[in-house]
Design a protein around this ligand. Structure first.
Ligand code: FES
Ligand code: FES
Length: 158
């Protein structure tokens, strides 16, 4: 039987005490233990960004982080973006601009964009490209995704 270890984490603003397998990644714990399946499992080697979450304000590929390394940290997943039944400006902008095609990459794109907008309220196109460079989109909706991030930044200024 694999060793299990206790961790205390914040998940989307809620404190959680969890027992996790020592070898499990944060992505596995989010999806399989907590049922937060918004973060996607794809390459699992840090190449695609589909598993991106925000840890203490910084984007992290959750497939590369052991769950035990998250002990004491605040984690935000795509499930934490909406405010109750309302989509966030960023989510709404992705819908309005047609950035969501098959949708598989979108949770990761949203989390990278959210982290960008929190540290830079008025990003340039180049800054958006740089911030989302680790998020691949098989549907090649890059133009719409960039437009959506620009639109969300504008909406947040209103
Ligand atoms: S699944 Fe984590 S980077 Fe691809
Ligand atoms: S919308 Fe299909 S992979 Fe990005």
């Amino acid at each position: 039987m694999s060793e299990r270890l206790p961790i205390d984490v914040g998940i989307n603003g809620r404190p959680q005490h969890l027992d996790v397998a020592a070898h499990h990644t944060l992505l596995e714990v989010l999806r399989d233990q907590l049922g937060l399946t918004g973060s996607k499992e794809c390459c699992v080697v840090g190449e695609c960004g589909a598993c991106t979450v925000i840890v203490d304000g910084r984007t992290v590929n959750s497939c590369l982080m052991l769950a035990v390394e998250a002990d004491g940290h605040d984690i935000r997943t795509v499930e934490g973006l909406a405010r109750g039944p309302e989509l966030s400006e960023l989510q709404q902008a992705f819908l309005d601009r047609g950035a969501t095609q098959c949708g598989f990459c979108i949770p990761g794109q949203l989390m990278s964009a959210e982290a960008l907008l929190e540290r830079n309220a008025d990003p340039t196109v180049d800054e958006i490209h740089e911030a989302l460079a680790g998020n691949l989109c098989r549907c090649a909706a890059y133009e719409q995704i960039t437009d959506a991030v620009l639109a969300a930044a504008e909406a947040r200024h209103r």
